[in-house]
Design a protein around this ligand. Sequence first.
Ligand code: FES
Length: 106
Amino acid sequence: MTGKNSTGGLLRRVAERGRAAVGLEVDGVAVEALEGDTLLTALLTNGGRLRESEFGDGARAGFCLMGACQDCWVWTADGERLRACSTPVAAGMRIVTRGAPWPATR
Ligand code: FES
């Protein structure tokens, strides 16, 4: 048992299904969210993880869900870094969660 729902998502909607659909792209794959969703909600209702850990210890799914822990960084295809838990989805977003460009450390 993986804990994923029938669409492969870690989260499953149980309410508020009447909002307008918003299309975006995640790692080159078209996915659908609902108007007003955060990126974190969009990613976890469509997949089993938010991103890969930069420390090589597996998948991440966010932690605090309120913009404080920085566990939910994802990137736009243009390289802008976003906190998925506090960024609303927008139609046409192109999000990258794998092989993202972390800033170099010294
Ligand atoms: S989940 Fe903690 S900052 Fe986004």
